[in-house]
Design a protein around this ligand. Structure first.
Ligand code: URA
Ligand code: SF4
Length: 217
């Protein structure tokens, strides 16, 4: 039979996600071998979520950055340091959070060979491909609240019409992967680092996170 479907339409992590009883260790191990989209080719390793399976809050970022790609853990670079500080200031214990990304491999370009790797935003197709990992993490951790860090995470969880400026700092109730979830969107911590007025941007992040802290108490 002749198929007219472009091969890229078939990008999905689905066949790599283990079925049946599973825990975070099994998921992380399986995700290490994911070839669900082309991003695994140039990245160093899969960066799976980190934290307790009993965490009350799940934080969802975009994708690993340069440091995360090297170390294999989410939010260990500059954005992660800023996020940890903001979480503590907002009254959320980073140790009581499960932290992950919408996309599990680092996407980048290089201006020149062997030069610094420059972050590139994942496409909708890559976000969709990686969705089964995020769905599996949500099903296992069953967080009471999801903190959505920036536009990519928002689009991955809530659809492409998501606009972070419209909903940041509010508690949303939506069905995600078939389960009712509460979510608090905010900006991505990297956007604070890039902001012209860093202090104001940082305070905005802290006050959104404080909404999440109150929603949990
Ligand atoms: N930015 C993200 O979205 N995730 C990380 O893990 C690091 C930086
Ligand atoms: Fe698999 Fe996600 Fe990595 Fe693509 S980005 S290869 S779907 S883990």
């Amino acid at each position: 039979m002749v198929t007219t479907r472009a091969p890229e339409d078939a990008y999905t992590a689905e066949p790599f996600v283990p079925e049946g009883p599973r825990d975070l260790t099994a998921l992380r191990k399986a995700a290490a071998d994911c070839h669900g989209c082309p991003l695994h080719r140039d990245a160093t390793q899969t960066v799976f979520g980190a934290g307790s399976a009993h965490a009350r809050v799940m934080l969802v970022g975009e994708q690993p950055g340069d440091q995360e790609d090297r170390q294999g853990k989410p939010f260990v670079g500059p954005a992660g340091k800023l996020l940890d500080r903001a979480l503590e200031e907002a009254g959320l214990d980073p140790a009581d959070a499960y932290i992950t990304n919408a996309v599990k491999h680092f996407k980048f370009t290089r201006a020149e060979p062997r030069k610094r790797r420059i972050h590139k935003a994942p496409s909708l197709r890559e976000m969709t491909a990686c969705g089964p990992w995020l769905a599996a993490e949500l099903a296992l951790v069953e967080p009471e609240l999801i903190v959505v860090l920036g536009a990519t995470a928002g689009k991955a969880l809530l659809g492409s019409s998501f606009r972070v400026t419209q909903v940041r700092g509010t508690v949303l109730e939506e069905e995600i992967h078939g389960r009712p979830e509460r979510l608090v969107p905010t900006v991505h911590p990297s956007s604070v680092l890039r902001s012209d007025d860093r202090e104001a941007a940082y305070q905005g992040l802290v006050s959104d996170l404080a909404v999440a802290a109150r929603a949990l108490s």
